[in-house]
Design a protein. Structure first.
Length: 242
């Protein structure tokens, strides 16, 4: 509950599948009202209906600032404002660096990096209003490492990490900023890869992964439910054998 006794509210981008969907369920179980954002609104509506308890589904592409502004207005009007923002929406479009993938690079930067920045900018007034906000930025092990085929994906996640640290220093202690860096998690993420050979390889690799969105959602829920004097800034969470 906030000081004025309304339930805490969590906004989750990319809540239509994978880590975002699991995070919505876990935060709702922990007592948060959840606002579910993504483009596939049919999935969001099913999830909101399943969760109940004031959960709302909002169709919003994180590359569309007007859609995010409209989402923020709904969260303010219908739920009283956001206390937690989980910047989770993301794309991992792997492939060797070159002109063939040039559209993928722009999409990843627009969604993974600029999308998180725009959502944060749009929700910032709500997150700071009560002096007790949380921003969770879903980065990746690729925010600390890089391999030949993930250069631009890694660049978006390294960028997210650098920006998060600056944001943490700017907003502390009123808003805590946490970076979560998962290793492989069994989700739809590899399915969107446009490079044919790469998609097959990465899907095969992911077919053996046992870590699920629920594992990462538990980390996020743990971080935001710590007492306000304590902040978890960074968590790298991988399959044990990775
Ligand atoms: P999923 O593909 O299952 O989920 C990605 C989510 O992002 C979907 O809900 C999708 O919703 C949303 N999304 C994509 N583009 C946009 C957009 N333009 N606007 C709004 N939402 C968008 O994959 P994950 O759950 O695995 O990915 C979630 C995050 O976790 C990503 O940031 C990813 O980089 C990160 N991550 C994942 C790892 C993994 O191994 N799975 C490892 C490390 C990090 P919709 O299509 O409906 O818009």
């Amino acid at each position: 509950m906030t000081e004025n006794s309304r339930p805490l509210v969590a906004v989750i981008t990319g809540a239509s599948s994978g880590i975002g969907e699991a995070t919505a369920r876990h935060l709702a179980s922990a007592g948060y009202r959840v606002a579910l954002l993504a483009r596939r609104v049919d999935r969001l509506e099913s999830l909101a209906a399943e969760i109940g308890d004031g959960a709302i589904a909002i169709e919003a592409d994180v590359t569309d600032r007007d859609a995010l502004v409209a989402a923020a207005l709904r969260v303010q009007d219908e739920l009283g404002g956001a206390d937690v923002l989980v910047n989770n929406a993301g794309l991992m479009l792997l492939g060797p660096f070159g002109s063939e993938q040039k559209d993928d690079y722009k999409r990843m930067i627009d969604v993974n990096l600029l999308g998180a920045m725009t959502a944060t900018e749009v929700f910032l007034d709500q997150l700071t209003a009560n002096g007790a906000g949380d921003i969770i930025n879903i980065s990746s092990v690729a925010g600390r490492t890089a391999v030949a085929v993930n250069g631009v994906y890694a660049a978006t996640k390294w960028g997210l990490n650098g920006w998060s640290e600056a944001l943490r220093q700017q907003l502390k202690p009123a808003v805590r900023v946490t970076v979560v860096e998962p290793g492989a998690v069994a989700t739809e993420l590899p399915q969107h890869t446009t490079h044919e050979g790469m998609r097959q390889g990465i899907q095969q690799l992911y077919s053996t992964v046992e870590v699920t969105g629920d594992d990462i959602a538990e980390v996020i829920t743990f971080a935001v439910t710590r007492p306000r004097h304590f902040a978890i800034h960074e968590v790298m969470a991988r399959p044990s054998g990775e």
